[in-house]
Design a protein around this ligand. Structure first.
Ligand code: NI
Length: 332
């Protein structure tokens, strides 16, 4: 009996041991499971955190991007504003420099006028002479124009109206080269034998024929043969025409001789060449042109300046008065 009771107790102990071991094992599994679960949860938490952080980062990046865009737009706006200001500054600068130069031009003009007012302008001491040629244009006029041009001299041509259509280019050339064109009437009549209306017709017809070619106004009349009367003077006064006579009559139309023309022109006294004289010649004669060429060289040597009649009147007679007769314009 005793040995029987002892073996059953050993079996109980063994069972308890086995059970304990099983219990321990089960507990161990339990703990492991809990641990594993905890680890899984921990992974899930970390993942969602990261996602949230990522979203947050993405949002802040997009925020920064839109901020940057706004700043870029602002910068572009500022830049265009600056460019506008720069343009305005440049405009203002160019306006200011323009004003400055205008101002300095005005100032120098004021200075010039002031000094002119303080000291009256020096009198024109040049020896002036007006060469005048009547009855043209003619075949010899072009040669005379060549010679005048060579010497840069100006003359006055008293043209006959009914001749101009035959010498259109000659007349145009004379005018274009700075010579003065006056009227010598349309058909060269003695004006004192005509009625007032006939005088007017002769003069107006010639002025129309000449100005149609030259385009220049006419302010001088040389009456054919030098014949004038009070009626003509009154008409010229109305028509802004000065009556131009002469102080030197070369009588070239009579002599047709170069040396005779020259000796007549250069005679001493009031009928010869002198300062302010008006010389009468006719450009339709070859001898006259020959004489005129020598006359020009001699005048140049003697220190004369040849001017048109209007220039002579402008310098010496304040332009002259319409209807008045001028034979010369001597220095005062
Ligand atoms: Ni004549």
């Amino acid at each position: 009996m005793k040995s029987g009771a002892g073996s059953s107790r050993g079996l109980r102990i063994a069972l308890i041991a086995v059970c304990s071991a099983a219990g321990l094992l089960a507990a161990g599994f339990g703990i492991c499971a809990v641990k594993l679960k905890t680890a899984g949860d921990s992974f899930a938490i970390t993942d969602s955190l990261m996602k949230a952080q990522q979203r947050e980062t993405e949002q802040s990046i997009s925020g920064l991007r839109s901020q940057l865009k706004a700043q870029q737009e602002q910068a572009a706006g500022v830049e265009s504003q600056l460019a506008q200001w720069e343009r305005r500054a440049m405009d203002a600068e160019s306006r200011s420099s323009k004003l400055e130069s205008e101002n300095s031009a005005l100032q120098s003009e004021i200075d010039r006028l002031k000094s002119a007012a303080q000291s009256p302008s020096a009198p024109d001491n040049r020896k002036l002479i007006a060469l005048t040629f009547d009855d043209g244009p003619g075949d010899t006029t072009s040669r005379l124009l060549d010679e005048l041009k060579k010497r840069n001299m100006k003359a006055t041509f008293f043209v006959v109206g009914n001749r101009v259509n035959r010498y259109v280019s000659t007349l145009k050339r004379a005018s274009d080269e700075g010579h003065e064109i006056g009227t010598h009437t349309y058909s060269h009549p003695n004006l004192t034998r005509l009625s007032r209306q006939e005088k007017a017709d002769e003069i107006q017809r010639s002025i129309q024929a000449i100005t149609a070619i030259t385009g220049q106004p006419i302010t001088l009349l040389r009456p054919p043969g030098g014949s004038y009367d009070d009626e003509l003077k009154a008409y010229c006064s109305e028509q802004n025409l000065r009556i131009i006579y002469w102080s030197v009559d070369t009588r070239d139309w009579e002599s047709h001789n170069k040396s005779s023309i020259l000796s007549t022109a250069f005679q001493s006294g009031p009928y010869g060449v002198r300062n302010g004289a008006i010389v009468l010649m006719h450009d339709i004669y070859p001898d006259t042109v020959d004489a005129a060429v020598e006359m020009m060289d001699r005048l140049q040597k003697e220190g004369y300046t040849t001017v048109t009649v209007s220039e002579l009147l402008r310098i010496r007679k304040n332009g002259g008065i319409a209807g008045e007769v001028y034979t010369s314009a001597l220095p005062q």
